[in-house]
Design a protein around this ligand. Structure first.
Ligand code: SAH
Length: 251
């Protein structure tokens, strides 16, 4: 096996998996998603490794680079931010590799919505509040199917992690309220979760737009909307004394 699609994690170079780190250290060719992958990870590359920034490459160029490397027996790591399965545009790469009969393996990563929960010190799934996490984005240049518009998803009142949308915050807030979230619903915005320059802003749907003004947060930020963010909740059944399960009898 020579080609690895690797999740780089959310930014902190120690949040890549052990497997991903080992592969980065042995790769002959590294193609990384330059706009978001922390360049500190590239310091792991061995001497003589060839490193490409895919930000300035097209899909055919990426595939061509991989194919050429494989032909000469080189080991390739394609490094994506967070977990590659979320807004990673990897399907088109994988399909193209398959078409060329180039085998590959995918190594998962810590997605930024999880690093965001860690930054907020927040559980997304509180009993009696929300047991569902919706991962989504507002429509931008990439269309979003009609049934998945923010307003429709908001109707569930579940915890929502909204990617790629902080530059359209006005619009996001309008959609969420139109969909049924009360304007007092808490919202948090985390920019560059797990990076040294991480920033957290907390407000409600009514106040967040004003709160974010002049803060210069226009990219690499996660929007979390959830009543979990400031609420009294029921205690989890898992650790309740009167609750028995496979590994523990009720007291
Ligand atoms: N595959 C990535 C997401 C790529 S899309 C993942 O699993 O995290 C890029 C979007 O991810 C950004 O617009 C932002 O919404 C979010 N993002 C990426 N890194 C982030 C970070 N460190 N903190 C907050 N949001 C981040």
């Amino acid at each position: 096996m020579q080609v690895f699609i690797v999740g780089a994690g959310p930014g902190d170079p120690e949040l890549i998996t052990v497997k991903g780190q080992k592969l980065l250290q042995t790769a002959d060719v590294i193609i990384y998603a330059g706009s978001l992958v922390n360049p500190a990870l590239l310091a792991l590359a061995k001497q003589g490794a060839t490193i490409y920034n895919s930000a300035s490459m097209t899909l055919p160029e990426v595939i061509e680079t991989i194919e050429q490397a494989v032909k000469i027996g080189a080991m390739v790591v394609r490094l994506h931010t967070g977990d590659p399965s979320i807004y990673g545009a990897i399907q088109e790469q994988m399909d193209e590799l398959k078409r060329r009969q180039i085998e590959y393996t995918v190594i998962p990563g810590v997605s930024s919505f999880l690093a965001t929960a860690a930054a907020l010190k927040q559980e997304y799934t509180l009993p009696g509040i929300s047991q569902t996490v919706i991962i989504t984005r507002n429509e931008g240049r990439t269309p979003v199917p009609e049934k998945e518009k923010l307003a429709s998803l908001a109707a569930h009142g579940a915890t929502m992690c909204i990617f790629l949308s902080v530059h359209m915050l006005d619009d996001v807030v309008k959609e969420l309220i139109a969909g049924g979230y009360d304007s007092t619903t808490p919202i948090a915005i985390v920019q560059k979760a797990s990076w040294p320059e991480e920033k957290i802003i907390r407000a409600t749907l009514a106040t967040i737009v004003e709160e974010l003004k002049d803060k210069d947060i226009t990219r690499t930020a996660m929007i979390v909307v959830s009543r979990c963010l400031n609420t009294d909740y029921e205690l989890s059944r898992l650790y309740a004394p009167e609750f028995s399960h496979m590994y523990r009898d009720a007291k």
